[in-house]
Design a protein around this ligand. Structure first.
Ligand code: RIB
Length: 301
């Protein structure tokens, strides 16, 4: 069984379904509102847990109603929350999400997520030392991201750095990452390069292995064994809500890394495809059996 540690954000997603995205100053009538559990860190943790991994999370929640619901949700998924702080006087993170035509727009208010510290990462040293992989994203303070990269590197545990939301990052941090998992825009931004540059050239310029996601088209990967960017085609499905597809991809990638990068990327693409077929970031994330059944019908993909 894979052991995975996720250092990252936990949000309550406030989701509105709309016929289209409103323009500045415009009011639209939406068709539905729901709250759904989210946050890039929590989503990646849930994705990995549903695929059979033992998952521990490092993060922070407010001591509010959203915090209680999010904590209970993660516990129901079997995720170890010993390193998730509950903070007095802080709200839990939220994400206001508009979904229109299967696409989304998101505004995140980090709140408690902004209080995740390097000391919390250090406190999880023993857990990280026994993990097969660590995942971290950019919805928590950058000093905690750096601490995760350095600790994983020191302990010889690969860190999957998902550089989302997009930010320019010190090149030295990228060198510490076991894998960088951006989309094209995030890769260009992390490297401080032109966002319109050819994504294969950007992949060649990264100082670490890269797995680049291309939405429904699939993903490309490049590492020491595959020095030229190599494509894994996506799996055709009807997209209802793409929120959390990248997080599902990351969670699955971490779980299946021990099967080799090409197979891990193939399973990650399949898990991400399944995730977009239901509403909510965690709504469509598959269980192991669902993923196996989906892939059994597509043996040559
Ligand atoms: O990646 C999707 C996630 O981004 C949402 O669940 C939302 O909380 C934001 O963090």
């Amino acid at each position: 069984m894979s052991c995975i540690v996720v250092v990252g954000s936990i949000n309550m997603d406030l989701v509105t379904l709309a016929p289209r995205f409103p323009g500045p100053g415009e009011t639209l009538l939406g068709s539905r509102f729901l709250t759904a559990h989210g946050g890039k860190g929590a989503n990646q943790a849930v994705a990995a847990a549903r695929l059979g991994a033992r998952v521990s999370m490092v993060g922070a929640l407010g001591r509010d109603a959203f915090g209680d619901q999010l904590h209970a949700g993660l516990a129901r998924e079997g995720i170890d929350l010993a390193h998730v702080a509950r903070l007095d006087g802080e709200g839990s993170g939220t994400a206001s999400i508009t979904v229109a035509d299967g696409e989304n727009q998101i505004i995140v208010v980090p709140a408690a997520n902004a209080c995740v510290t390097p000391a919390q990462v250090e406190a999880a040293r023993e857990t990280i030392a026994h993990a097969n992989a660590v995942m971290v994203q950019l919805e928590i303070p950058l000093d905690a991201v750096e601490a995760t990269l350095r600790l994983g590197h020191t302990l010889g545990v690969p860190v999957i750095l998902n550089p989302a939301p997009a930010q320019k990052l010190p090149r030295e941090w990228l060198q510490l990452a076991g894998y960088l998992t951006p989309n094209q825009h995030e890769l260009a931004t992390a490297l401080g390069e032109d966002t319109h540059a050819d994504f294969r050239d950007l992949m060649r310029r990264a100082p670490c292995p890269v797995v680049l996601t291309r939405g429904g088209e699939g993903a490309w990967y490049r590492d020491a064994v595959h020095p030229e960017p190599t494509k894994q085609a996506g799996f055709a499905v009807e997209a209802i809500d793409t929120t959390g597809a990248g997080d599902t991809f990351n969670g699955a990638l971490a779980v299946f890394l021990h099967e080799g990068l090409p197979e891990a990327v193939r399973k990650a693409c399949a898990a991400a495809a399944l995730s977009v077929t239901k509403l909510g970031a965690q709504g469509g994330m598959p269980q192991q059996a669902e993923l196996d059944a989906f892939l059994a019908n597509r043996p040559h993909a």
